[in-house]
Design a protein around this ligand. Structure first.
Ligand SMILES: C[S@@+](CC[C@H](N)C(=O)[O-])C[C@H]1O[C@@H](n2cnc3c(N)ncnc32)[C@H](O)[C@@H]1O
Length: 248
């Protein structure tokens, strides 16, 4: 994924998406095999990455988190990981009813404390300063306006609250680039297409990553959206980034 076409240092307001309703329909359609494809595609690393995010979301500078919101929660794995990390009350929100149905099914087999709701991440149905932590994993890339989405997540955080974002990031390793490009732009769409029955969805994936801002640019977007102490770390050979920031 290295190369000029993947470098996106400007701060775009939206990526490869056509419309929110197309995205919602796409996730409704791939929901049955979504978890399987995630684990296959990342070799199981996605579970580890979500645990890292959950650990960060569970601890604020001066206190443990009591209440967390996971936006674009999908089938709920990050919401469950946050609960397992010690946050007693977790809400997972997603606009795909099918993804939320899968999350609710999983919740039935777990201890109480995690609730799921259908809703739009661009217009969160919560009052200002409601949550100690707000997370989003592999969701921001699919949203129509990154700055507005992060601003909305900042709004519902309490002062001192933590924002943590796990997302794919345009790949920039010159030597590994061609190999990664082969895997991510050819193998992933093929395997994803076969497993999910939706080739289009898994062709959208590399396109949406290419259109996404670099990790530095995303850190700037977080600052513009109102976060302080923004930092990020790269994982997965530089294909994935965890950004975190604090609401002033
Ligand atoms: C790639 S999945 C990520 C799911 C989950 N967070 C994970 O880590 O596996 C992206 C999710 O974002 C959701 N999504 C995209 N835009 C959204 C929006 N505006 N509001 C709520 N959910 C959204 C999709 O429905 C989908 O479930």
């Amino acid at each position: 994924m290295a190369g000029p076409e993947t470098t996106n240092d400007k701060v775009p307001q939206s990526g490869a998406i056509s419309s929110g309703s197309d995205i919602r329909r796409m996730f409704d359609k791939i929901s049955p095999r979504y978890d399987l494809m995630n684990h296959v595609m990342t070799g199981g690393l996605d579970t580890h990455w979500r645990k890292m995010v959950a650990k960060q979301a569970a601890r604020l500078e001066d206190r443990p988190s009591q209440r967390a919101l996971d936006v674009a929660t999908g089938t709920g794995d990050l919401a469950f990981a946050i609960h397992d990390a010690g946050v007693p009350e977790v809400v997972g929100l997603d606009f795909s009813t099918e993804m939320i149905a899968k999350a609710r099914k999983k919740a039935k087999k777990r201890p109480p404390g995690v609730e799921f709701m259908v809703g739009d991440g661009m217009n969160l149905p919560f009052a200002d300063a409601t949550f100690d932590a707000c997370t989003i994993s592999f969701g921001l890339r699919n949203m129509e306006d990154y700055t507005a989405a992060i601003r909305e997540m900042t709004r519902i955080l309490k002062p001192g609250g933590k924002f943590v974002c796990l997302e794919m990031t345009p790949f920039r390793r010159p030597f590994l680039g061609p190999l990664f490009k082969f895997y991510f732009e050819l193998i992933v769409p093929l395997v994803g297409g076969v497993l999910s029955g939706d080739l289009k969805a898994y062709k959208y994936l590399p396109r949406s990553v290419r259109a996404f801002p670099s990790a530095d640019a995303l850190a700037d977007i977080c600052r513009v959206a109102g976060m302080r102490d923004v930092q990020y770390q790269l994982l997965g050979f530089g294909a994935v980034a965890i950004h975190c920031g604090t609401k002033p």
